[in-house]
Design a protein around this ligand. Sequence first.
Ligand code: SF4
Length: 285
Amino acid sequence: MADDREPGENIGAAYGTAIAGDDGPPRTDGERVVDRLGELYWQKGYGGRDAFRCLVRTILSQNTSDVASQPAHDALIERFDDGELVRALVRAPREEIVETIKSAGLYNQKANVIQRAAEHIDGAFGDEASFNNFIQSAPYEEARERLLAMNGVGPKTADCVLLFSGGRSGVFPVDTHVHRIYRRLGLVPADATHEETRTILEGRVEELDRDDEQKWRDSAIPPEKCGFGHTGSIQFGREYCSARTPACLDGVDACPLSDLCERVGIDLDTEEVRDPGAVSDGETE
Ligand code: SF4
């Protein structure tokens, strides 16, 4: 099972700077969840990592585990980073990049996206430092649009770069773990898309195009807690709320978020686990 192949620690444990813990009682249900994750794992703020390297790292991690993508990332850096990684990747024969990143899977596609991103940055910004400066200082929407305009860069990849490089508070990247967990918790609609999940968790329900938008106002996560909320959720998805065998199947006490969870899609009696999107309105455990 894919989740079983994940390492014990993720980017949240290795990156970031510790931030102050106790800031009073939670103001929303969403904050209550990330406060619990903060107690369980870490409370960190993010930012300051090189934007192009963040972009490459996130592209390599698409549709695969860290176990598979980390060696590909390390090999790529070792082979091409001569101090000007962008230029080196622009000049590199495509097949050399493909050969170097094979362990990450989808290597032809990922090599194409990485090389085209390098070409875009080389042409539009001139060098890695200028791109980094833009990501870390441009207005949020402008930086996000610029990243999304790159071929093969989707919302999750753009948001990870904005979080880990740009240090943007209020950015909650939604990957498969986050999408699954927050729908099971009942903090976003069972049929929410990735983008709707992000919109609700970032507290922008007025931007939703749904009849029930007000219902989700209390799911907002404070901007300064979105970073560790995201990384802690991924760790929690690996350790407790996996796709096929959520911890609560062993009894509700086995999950530290049990008292905050509606268990949408989970039937504790039959041990059936369904995607929350397959569950009809109001039907839970
Ligand atoms: S109670 Fe079950 S479904 Fe809810 S967060 Fe915990 S493991 Fe996931």
